[in-house]
Design a protein around this ligand. Sequence first.
Ligand SMILES: Nc1ncnc2c1ncn2[C@@H]1O[C@H](COP(=O)(O)OP(=O)(O)OP(=O)(O)O)[C@@H](O)[C@H]1O
Ligand SMILES: [Mg+2]
Length: 421
Amino acid sequence: MKEYSSKPWRPFTANCCSVDDQPVFGNFRRCRPSRSSEFSKDVASLPSFRKLSVSNLSRSSSTRINEDLAQSFGQDLFDFQLSELRAITQNFSINYLLGEGGFGTVHKGYIDDNLRQGLKAQAVAVKLLDIQGLQGHREWLAEVIFLGQLRHPNLVKLIGYCCEDEERLLVYEFMPRGSLENHLFKRISVSLPWGTRLKIAIGAAKGLAFLHGAENPVIYRDFKTSNVLLDSDFTAKLSDFGLAKMGPEGSNTHVTTRVMGTYGYAAPEYVSTGHLTTKSDVYSFGVVLLELLTGRRCVEKSRPKTEQNLVDWTKPYLSSSRRLGYIMDPRLAGQYSVKGVKEMAHLALRCISLQPKDRPRMPFIVETLESLQHYKDMAVSCGQWPISPKSSRNGVPVKVRAENRGGFYRKSSPVTPTRKT
Ligand SMILES: Nc1ncnc2c1ncn2[C@@H]1O[C@H](COP(=O)(O)OP(=O)(O)OP(=O)(O)O)[C@@H](O)[C@H]1O
Ligand SMILES: [Mg+2]
């Protein structure tokens, strides 16, 4: 990993801030590189932060929260008034709706030069959180605290926030191409070409590598296609830091926490034990690689039983170059590098290893993916793989179905989904 990971940050010291009433991070000193000047281009330095606590702030009045956040973030984040955000989104008009997630709607807005001094005219995305109880508020706060401090080309930029009475909003830079989820799975859009998929995978991997690259890493915990947003040139940026968590400190190997995230993406050991590490993110990254290769969602209940779980279905194909062609996204129509997809499949297989220690680290993943960009061989031109299987039922070749009956698959772990898939 050339750009970031070898340059450690100064850790956030867990001493005051918590989500789930557990330490997440405190000492809001900006995470800064200890030695690199190159790194500081991506992580803007901030003066020391006042100590904030999600648990304390969770119980504070909105006035108190605004005061604390304003003192901590100063000019780096704008504290908007609800009336301002109403005005720039035409009162959260349905015509300006960009999408809807588990916690509310996202609307496009236009900021002009006159709204705030120091804020340039630009399009923004305004997330209107439907906070019911503390969890919604905590996620809002975690997002402000994490994204307010983290700056990187592969993380979406948080411009500001709004906390008025019961209302909680977030204002981000507008990402013109929306989410990876929309491009991969919504049939209205043109299929993403192989080179673009690779570019997106690299960008997202760099974002995760940056988060994991701290001395005390940040675990993203909700890596999935709907949280990978795309700039006009398909640069990938991670959004949604509501579930992010500081990594283990000192001699601890993991953080123990309530199981949260999205069904299908969460690592099996995290689901079964609540033990969270950066390798949990690597597992989720592997699932997204599978989605990029196959064009299928990680869980599709409408498929035949053996194909419903993407990890279970694809595993037998990933290690075999001969079989891999069968699971490739038909929308690619064979227009991809055969060498490239083989190596990506091999990488995905390592990422979804059951043992976290067998999963690669994000810097290695970035390097591997970058090396695939040089392959120019195309499946269609060399005729190496059929576009669709000849002797298959429901897209699964007969031979592999027999292996499935032999108990090749592990059973998928139960998970308590806290957010929609
Ligand atoms: N900054 C942004 N620019 C453009 N579109 C955005 C932006 N942020 C979000 N969106 C759109 O809004 C949609 C909803 O985002 P949101 O994060 O609320 O939900 P989600 O990721 O789909 O689900 P979940 O609640 O599980 O995270 C996204 O999928 C994306 O299409
Ligand atoms: Mg999201």
